[in-house]
Design a protein around this ligand. Structure first.
Ligand code: FES
Ligand SMILES: [Fe+2]
Length: 378
């Protein structure tokens, strides 16, 4: 046993050529436990970067809306009468009251629950009881405050910055990369929310390697060899590549395909699953017949909500061979295995005994993710 009151010396660590090449250790403890760093991340990353809020299929009709908290701000995401996606601060222009309390819904207009000021779905103030006698009052000056919005492959991204770098510029490395999966047209068959007692970065680091797969995911490892990863994005805000799926197999409980293919999947991609992390809150997993998307929403240094959707081809839903639960159950099991080790990591990292440890050659992507995170925090 090591007396915990003494600071331990770093254990001797032999640097092999490979580990030296990666030259990386895990992050310092403060990045996982400090409320100050958490606040800094919220301000510098979640309030300034393009953050995934959802998919356009969630608001398929005019008046459909959902509400998403982003860096402490409540944001309304709505389809307006013209079919455009709009995003607004959930704040009344009269006395600031929260407008929408429900997480999602359908409404012809946005009406404040306090004094009934009413806004059109495009944010214009259209109803203001008893304000006509106020000298100089002009409804046109009291539209809802818009939040910056951009679409990428059918996914809705928001940015709280006043003048953000355009999403097209930030996402330039991904333009056209996933077009044959037809992501804009997909629909989610299932959403599961997980409340994870771990820092959000641990889930990114976990997602970015399969070094842990043989021990943590025995079933996944049988279908997809843990050492088969081939990454094509290895530095920067977008990281990942593909892993092999054994011939004729699928990542589902039965091991069989559970729906028709999501898009024009190339022959070789029928035996591949693509995993990409998209900084700062999206994990995109592309399978031949479904697409799994995780959104990560940090609430505290040691607490994260993870929203997981399973998207399928819109025509798959009406077919007899549609069995989404086969994939959902498989990944719900696998997700929970991952969140469990992330929670164990959080517990150990919070210890006074924790010191950054050396990444293995199989953890180059988490090491690259950490580098990008530190760049973004500068
Ligand atoms: S605060 Fe919204 S109408 Fe008064
Ligand atoms: Fe995992």
């Amino acid at each position: 046993m090591v007396p915990m009151t003494q600071k331990k010396e770093a254990p001797p660590f032999r640097k092999t050529a490979e580990t030296f090449m990666s030259g990386a250790t895990t992050l310092e403890q403060r990045y996982f436990v400090s409320p100050e760093i958490f606040a800094e991340e919220q301000e510098k990353i979640f309030a300034r970067q393009w953050v995934l809020a959802g998919h356009q299929s969630q608001i398929a009709k005019a008046g459909d809306y959902f509400v998403q908290e982003v860096a402490g701000e409540s944001v309304i995401v709505v389809q307006d009468q013209k079919g455009e996606v709009r995003t607004f601060y959930n704040v009344c222009r009269h006395r600031g009251t929260r407008l929408c309390e429900d997480a999602m819904g359908h409404s012809a207009a946005i009406q404040c629950p306090y004094h009934a000021w009413t806004y059109a779905l495009d944010g214009r103030l259209i109803g203001v009881p008893h304000m006509e006698s106020v000298p100089g009052f002009d409804k046109a000056e009291y539209s809802l405050h818009a939040v910056k919005l951009a679409m990428w492959e059918g996914f809705i991204f928001v940015n709280l910055a006043q003048e953000p770098t355009p999403l097209e510029k930030v996402f330039a490395p991904l333009v056209g990369k996933f077009s044959h999966w037809h992501l804009p047209g997909l629909r989610s068959a299932k959403r599961i929310e997980y409340d994870v007692r771990a820092n959000w970065k641990l889930m990114f680091e976990n997602y970015s390697e399969c070094y842990h797969c043989p021990g943590v995911h025995p079933m996944l490892s049988k279908i997809s060899p843990y050492d088969s990863a081939e990454n094509d994005l290895c530095e920067g805000p977008f990281l990942g590549g593909f892993m092999k799926i054994n011939a004729g197999k699928s990542l589902s409980m039965s091991g069989n395909a559970c729906a028709l293919p999501v898009g024009d999947i190339k022959a070789e991609d029928h035996a591949r699953v693509f995993y990409y992390s998209i900084f700062p809150n999206m994990l995109l997993s592309l399978h031949p017949e479904y697409v799994m998307v995780h959104q990560l929403w940090p609430h505290a240094p040691d607490r994260t909500t993870i929203v997981c959707d399973w998207f399928f081809h819109p025509d798959a839903f009406a077919r007899k061979d549609f069995n989404p639960e086969d994939a959902v159950e498989f990944w719900d099991m696998t997700n929970k295995q991952d969140w469990h080790v992330c929670e164990l990591s959080q517990q150990g990292i919070a210890s006074r005994a924790y010191q950054p440890g050396p990444y293995s050659p199989r953890e180059r992507i988490p090491a690259a993710w950490d580098r990008e995170y530190l760049r973004q925090l500068e």
